[in-house]
Design a protein around this ligand. Structure first.
Ligand code: G1P
Length: 293
C-alpha cells in the first residue's frame, strides 16, 4: 500500500508579467475565474483529492494570499450583523482547518524546480502532490478532477505520477513533454521527459499539465540540478534525475485544463466555468450572441 498523499505544494511566487498591469498589486493567482480566485479553484481541486495540508511557496507582494485563507474578522462580523448568513456560511465552510496552510518564500525567481525545493522542510519525508495554479482544471465525465485521478493512479502504481494531456504538435515547445513506454490505456509508463523542447523535436504531443505526485527523494535531486530551459532550475529536469531510480507514470486524465497563465486560457476558463453555473449560463449565452459569438 503506497503512503497516503496528505500534503500539496502550490508554487505561487511567479510575477505574472503576462497580466500587467492587473498583476502590479494583485497576485496573478488571485485573479478571478467567475467569482473565485484562480488559486481557490486549485485548492478546491486539492481538497477534493484528499489533501490536508497546503504548502504555498510565495514571494514578495503575495501576502494577500495568506489573508485569503484566513478568517476575515471584520467582513464576517459585518455579514453576521446584516443577517447575510448564507454568504457568511459559504466563507466559513471553505476555510482550511487551522494549521492546514504553510507559507514559505522562494526569495528569488530561480524556476519551478527551485520553488518546489523551497518546500522541502515543510513536506519532509513523505510523498506529496504539486499543483501549478496557472492550470485550472475542470472535471470531465468521470466527475473527479485531475489531482484525484493522479492520486488514484498513484494508488495503483505507487512511485511518481504526472498528469498529461494532448496538445497540437505546434504547441509542445511551450511545455514539458513526456514519452510513452508500456501503455495501459489511461495510464502509461513514462520513459523520458523534456522541458520546452525546441520546435519540431518533441518526443510526443503529451504535455505535462501541472499536477504531479512526487516522492520526497526529488528534493535532494533538485538541490543539485543545473539550470535548464530558460536559464531556470526546472522541475522536469529534477524528475528526469529521479526517473533513473524510480518509476514515473503518466495519466491521460479525464477533463480539461485551462492555462490561465495565458490570456486566452484565462478568458476561456471564465466562460467555461460561468457556463457551468445555472444562474449565469443563460444570461451569458444571450450576451455572447449580442457580441456575435
Ligand atoms: C511548467 C512546467 C511544464 C508544464 C507547464 C504546465 O512550465 O515546467 O513542464 O508543462 O508548467 O503549465 P511553465 O508554465 O512554468 O513555463
Amino acid at each position: 500500500m503506497p503512503k497516503r498523499i496528505r500534503k500539496a505544494v502550490l508554487p505561487v511566487a511567479g510575477l505574472g508579467t503576462r497580466f500587467l498591469p492587473a498583476t502590479k498589486t494583485v497576485p496573478k493567482e488571485m485573479l478571478t475565474v467567475v467569482d473565485r480566485p484562480i488559486l481557490q479553484h486549485v485548492v478546491d481541486e486539492a481538497m477534493a483529492a484528499g489533501i490536508e495540508h497546503f504548502v504555498f511557496v510565495t514571494g514578495r507582494n503575495k501576502a494577500v494570499i495568506e489573508d485569503h485563507f484566513d478568517n476575515a474578522y471584520e467582513l464576517e462580523d459585518t455579514l453576521r450583523r446584516r443577517g447575510k448568513t448564507k454568504e457568511l456560511q459559504a466563507l466559513l465552510d471553505e476555510l482550511p482547518d487551522p494549521g492546514a496552510c504553510s507559507f514559505t518564500r522562494q526569495q528569488a525567481p530561480l524556476g519551478l524546480g527551485h520553488a518546489i525545493w523551497c518546500a522541502r522542510e515543510i513536506v519532509g519525508d513523505e510523498p506529496f502532490a504539486v499543483l501549478l495554479p496557472d492550470m485550472v482544471t475542470m472535471a470531465g465525465t468521470a466527475k473527479t478532477r485531475c489531482l484525484a485521478q493522479c492520486v488514484e493512479a498513484y494508488g495503483k502504481h505507487g512511485g511518481n505520477i504526472i498528469a498529461v494531456e494532448e496538445v497540437a504538435p505546434e504547441e509542445t515547445h511551450q511545455y514539458g513533454v513526456v514519452s510513452v513506454g508500456k501503455d495501459f490505456g489511461r495510464d502509461f509508463e513514462i520513459t523520458s521527459m523534456i522541458e520546452k523542447p525546441p520546435k519540431g523535436t518533441a518526443p510526443s504531443n503529451l504535455i505535462i499539465s501541472g499536477r504531479y505526485v512526487l516522492q520526497p527523494e526529488i528534493f535532494a535531486i533538485l538541490e543539485n540540478v543545473e539550470k535548464g530551459a530558460g536559464g531556470e532550475i526546472q522541475l522536469t529536469d529534477g524528475m528526469k534525475g529521479l526517473a533513473a531510480s524510480q518509476a514515473f507514470h503518466g495519466v491521460r486524465f479525464d477533463g480539461r485544463t485551462y492555462d490561465c497563465g495565458s490570456k486566452i486560457g484565462f478568458l476561456t476558463a471564465n466562460l467555461a466555468f460561468a457556463l457551468e453555473r445555472p444562474e449565469l449560463a443563460e444570461a451569458l449565452r444571450a450576451e455572447a450572441r449580442k457580441l456575435g459569438l
